[in-house]
Design a protein around this ligand. Structure first.
Ligand code: ATP
Ligand code: MG
Length: 563
């Protein structure tokens, strides 16, 4: 059965509309998209938007989506990144099937295209320095000036380009440039560089090449060679579209993909730039690309975030043409909604305080039936041991409690969820005055937590049997930055806004014993505390480590009303 919400069809976003029109008009018989990461870092949440779009439309319109590594910058790229990217795309739920490509596989063809441009008088070798090229380029208000090398003969250019390729010219001495228009209003069209000399080994082609094509030249031709129909990219490439089209038009290629730009995903309280994420990793501000605080896909995976939540998030934010900021809370909500449906409920006491039920028999252990999912009774019950010594959350007791404090205090009664009503009588402190233990009594008539005589007990708290508890480390995460836009201040580095309290490690938590059987795939709701899973990197059977994936919102109100 579809719910009303699902039945209301969202209007197509502008990209899907273009694709639908192109198929309806017969312009294309089928569509081909591509996701083209540069293997110079791990994928982040911004890439997820592009992956969901490219693979998503291919799936919806019976097309195919290629995974193509845009590997034209050997200085910064590596096989480690290639592998991480493939792992992350698969994890997100997408498959490129046989369509795995590398721009470096096209180096020969790209080189031939460059030679063709030279032969057509549309490209030349320029010996201006990088600084001089920049200076000659002009500004938004001033036209550029022509390079003194611009009118070299075709023969001379062919010879120089061949010597560049052969390794006979040093790095930085010259470049190959397109000959377009130094007075163009679009600065990108002012004789852009097509090839530079880089005497660096490439992770796939080794030392075969010492000239490498630039992004703008590579991208359009790679799309064309793969017969991509719709080349979807972010708005910052809008001005590059003229060059994209110029290269294909000038070379009169057999097909001409259409570049369409959409707004990139910006999320507050984080940075989404591989270059910046790399700095956090290299300078040790985080434990690695997969640090659970990083909004990389591997960080989100390790944190415990289900891939379906990310796909749902990407569908929610939609595809538009205008730059916007998405609140981190939107992502957290998507994760919460996904986990809420399936995660079984358990008890975990994060900061344990021991209580002794002085009127409970010394050696008795009862099994208490606790619901696995109060909103889904079909998911059944589990048995949790209950005895004379228990742990409760330190924050659930207060010595001088205000009237509205509905948890434990001297002389007050609370409900231990699913178990009994208890009343606190005595606080035991150590020499420093720190509370170490509470002495309470339980009402044997209140089994299951119900009030035997209708007396009102407002507070309900969770608990774990002290002798049966599984001890574990629990890590709580907060946002990595303290300000919404860590990049806003041009005078300061984004790193100055790192949140010093983004990680809290609780080393001696007490969890209900059933959690000893948890596997890496499991997700749990620790009642009143949030959603948790084992840390895939640092947890071991001897020393279990749980991550908090996300907090619960308004957990307290919910528990009180369902108890
Ligand atoms: P970064 O700035 O993090 O290095 P990038 O754009 O250089 O990102 P690429 O590997 O070139 O990284 O990106 C692959 C694809 O992902 C590109 O098509 C790019 O437009 C898209 N992409 C990157 N960041 C975002 C984002 N924040 N939102 C949507 N799409 C993105
Ligand atoms: Mg890029």
């Amino acid at each position: 059965m579809t719910t009303e919400k699902e039945a209301v069809k969202k209007p197509l976003d502008f990209i899907r509309q273009i694709i639908a029109d192109d198929l309806a008009s017969g312009k294309h018989q089928g569509i081909v998209t591509r996701f083209p990461p540069e293997p110079n870092g791990f994928l982040h949440i911004g890439h997820a938007k592009s992956i969901c779009l490219n693979f998503g439309v291919a799936r919806e319109y019976n097309g195919v989506c290629h995974l193509r590594f845009d590997d034209t910058n050997p200085d910064k790229e590596s096989t480690e990144y290639v592998e991480a990217i493939m792992r992350d795309v698969r994890w997100l739920g997408f498959d490129w099937e046989p369509h795995l490509y590398y721009a470096s596989d096209y180096f020969e063809q790209l080189h031939d295209c460059a030679v063709r441009l030279i032969e057509m008088g549309k490209a030349y070798v320029c010996h201006l320095s990088a600084d001089a090229i920049r200076e000659y380029r002009g500004t938004l208000t001033e036209p550029g000036r022509e390079s003194p090398y611009r009118n070299r003969s075709v023969e001379e250019n062919l010879d120089l380009f061949a010597r560049m390729r052969a390794g006979n010219i040093d790095e930085g001495v010259c470049v190959l440039r397109a000959k377009i228009d130094m007075a163009s209003a679009n600065i990108i069209m002012r004789d852009p560089v097509l090839y530079r000399i880089l005497k660096t080994s490439h992770h796939r082609t080794g030392d075969k090449w010492c000239i490498y094509p630039m992004y703008d030249f590579t991208h359009c031709l790679s799309d064309m060679l793969e017969q991509v129909t719709h080349s979807l990219c972010t708005l910052e490439f809008e001005n590059n579209r003229a060059l994209y089209d110029w290269v294909l038009d000038t070379l009169q290629t057999p097909n001409h993909p259409r570049q369409i730009e959409f707004a990139r995903l910006n999320i507050n309280y984080t940075v989404t730039s591989k270059r910046k994420l790399l700095q956090l990793v290299e300078e040790g501000h985080v434990s690695g690309w997969d640090d659970p605080r990083m909004l990389t896909l591997s960080g989100l995976r390790r944190r415990g975030c289900p891939p379906a939540a990310i796909r749902h998030f990407c569908a929610t934010i939609g595809i538009g043409k205008r730059e916007s900021w998405i609140d981190m809370g939107v992502l957290e909500n998507a994760v919460r909604e996904e986990l809420n449906q399936h995660a079984p409920r358990v008890f975990g006491v994060l900061e344990p305080l021991k209580i002794v039920l002085t009127n409970y028999p010394e050696n008795l252990v009862e099994e208490v039936a606790a619901q696995n999912h109060p909103q889904e009774p079909a998911l059944g019950d589990r048995q949790v041991p209950f005895c004379r010594e228990l742990y409760i959350e330190r924050s659930d007791f207060m010595e001088d409690a205000p009237k509205k404090f509905f948890r434990l205090s001297i002389g007050r009664e609370v409900r231990l969820r699913y178990a009994y009503l208890i009343t606190c009588h005595q606080v035991i402190k150590d020499a420093e005055g720190r509370i170490v233990e509470l002495h309470c009594t339980y009402d044997p008539e209140s089994k299951g937590g119900s009030s035997p005589d209708g007396r009102k007990v407002k507070g309900t708290i969770h608990w774990v049997s002290a002798p049966h508890a599984m001890r574990a480390e629990v890590r709580l995460y907060d946002r990595l930055f303290t300000v919404a836009d860590p990049e806003m201040d041009k005078e300061k580095s984004f790193k100055e806004f790192l949140n010093p309290r983004s990680l809290t490690v609780l080393t001696d938590c007490a969890l209900e014993p059933g959690l000893a059987r948890a596997t890496l795939e499991d997700r749990f709701q620790f009642e009143r505390q949030g959603y948790f899973c084992l840390d895939s990197v640092e947890s071991s059977p001897d020393k279990p480590v749980f991550n908090r994936i996300v907090t619960l919102r308004d957990s307290w109100a919910k528990i009180s009303s369902t108890a």
